[in-house]
Design a protein around this ligand. Structure first.
Ligand code: CO8
Length: 260
C-alpha cells in the first residue's frame, strides 16, 4: 500500500514509521489513523519485523494533536456515533502485541501526547514538549490523556497539565516517568532504532510475554498481576528458547532464537 500521510521503512528487523504532515505539525487526522492502522497491521503480521519505532517528520513536532481543522465542523453526533478516537487504542494498543517505541521529536500535544503514550515506551529528544492543552479548545483529552498521563506522572502533574495546559519539557518528562530516555535531537532516530534493534535481538515469545506482563500491571490488582506473571513465567520455561537461552549463558555464547 502507498501512504500519503506517513512514511514506512524497514531497517533490518525494525519498522520505522514517520508521521508525515510537517506543514500542520503532523496533526492527526482520519487519514493518518487509517494509514497507521494498515502500517501497524503489516508490522504485526510480518515475522521478519521484531520492533517498530514511531516518530514525526521535521524537527518541530512529533504530533501537535488531533487535527483541529478536521474536528472544528464535526457535530457531537458525529463524534458519538463514529465513536471517534476509539480505533486508535483498539488497533495501536490492543491488537499490536509486538513492541513499539515512540521517538518524540518536539511537540507531543493533545492526541500527539496520547499517541506517544500508547507506545511501550517513549524516547524523547531534548527539545520535546508534552502537553494536554485540549481545555483551551473547550474540550478535554479524548484518546487516553487523562488516564495514561495520570498513571505515568501521577495526579498532581497530570491535573496541572490538563487544567493549565502547561507543557512539560523533556527533562521534567524523564524525571516524572513519562519518558524512558532523553537524547539529542540529532541522534534521536539512531538511538530509538538502536533500542528497537536490542529488542529485536531478544527471544520473540519472551518479548511478547514481557510486554503483556508489564501492561497487566495497569489492569490488574497486585495479587492478580503477580499470579499472571508467575503463570506466564512458568509457561515460558516450556519454550525451546528458554533451553537455548540458559545453555547459551552457560556456554558463554549468544543465544540463537527459534521463537517457540
Ligand atoms: N491541528 C491542525 N493544525 C495544526 C495543529 C492541530 N492540532 N497544530 C498545529 N497546526 C498547524 C497550524 O494551524 C499551522 O498551520 P498554518 O500554517 O496553515 O496556519 C501549522 O500547523 C504550524 O503551527 P503554528 O503556526 O501554530 O506553529 P507555532 O510554532 O506558532 O505553534 C504549537 C506551535 C504551539 C504546537 C501550536 O501549533 C499549537 O498550539 N497547536 C495546537 C495544539 C493543540 O491544541 N493540540 C490539541 C488538539 S485537540 C486534541 O488533540 C484532542 C485529542 C483527542 C484525541 C485525539 C485523537 C487523534
Amino acid at each position: 500500500m502507498s501512504y500519503e500521510t506517513i512514511l514506512v521503512e524497514q531497517r533490518g528487523a525494525v519498522t520505522l514509521i514517520t508521521l508525515n504532515r510537517p506543514k500542520s505539525l503532523n496533526a492527526l487526522n482520519s487519514q493518518v489513523l487509517e494509514e497507521l492502522i494498515v502500517a501497524f497491521g503489516a508490522y504485526e503480521a510480518d515475522p521478519s519485523q521484531r520492533c517498530a519505532v514511531l516518530t514525526g517528520s521535521g524537527e518541530k513536532a512529533f504530533a501537535a494533536g488531533a487535527d483541529i481543522k478536521e474536528m472544528a465542523d464535526k457535530a457531537a453526533t458525529d463524534f458519538y456515533t463514529g465513536d471517534f478516537f476509539s480505533r486508535w487504542t483498539s488497533h495501536l494498543v490492543k491488537t499490536t502485541r509486538k513492541p513499539w517505541i515512540a521517538a518524540v521529536n518536539g511537540f507531543a500535544l493533545g492526541g500527539g501526547c496520547e499517541l506517544a503514550m500508547m507506545a511501550d515506551f517513549i524516547i524523547a529528544s531534548e527539545n520535546a514538549k508534552f502537553g494536554q492543552p485540549e481545555i483551551k479548545l473547550g474540550v478535554a483529552p479524548g484518546m487516553g490523556g487523562s488516564q495514561r498521563l495520570t498513571r505515568a506522572v501521577g495526579k498532581a502533574k497530570a491535573m496541572d497539565m490538563c487544567l493549565t495546559s502547561r507543557m512539560m519539557d523533556a527533562v521534567e518528562a524523564e524525571r516524572s516517568g513519562l519518558v524512558s530516555r532523553v537524547v539529542p535531537l540529532a541522534s534521536l532516530i539512531d538511538e530509538a532504532v538502536a533500542a528497537a534493534e536490542a529488542i529485536a535481538a531478544m527471544p520473540p515469545v519472551a518479548t511478547i510475554a514481557n510486554k503483556e506482563m508489564v501492561n497487566a500491571a495497569f489492569e490488574m490488582t497486585l495479587d492478580q498481576g503477580l499470579l499472571f506473571e508467575r503463570r506466564v513465567f512458568q509457561i515460558l520455561t516450556a519454550t525451546e528458547d528458554k533451553a537455548e537461552g540458559m545453555a547459551a549463558f552457560i556456554e558463554k555464547r549468544p543465544g540463537v532464537w527459534k521463537g517457540r
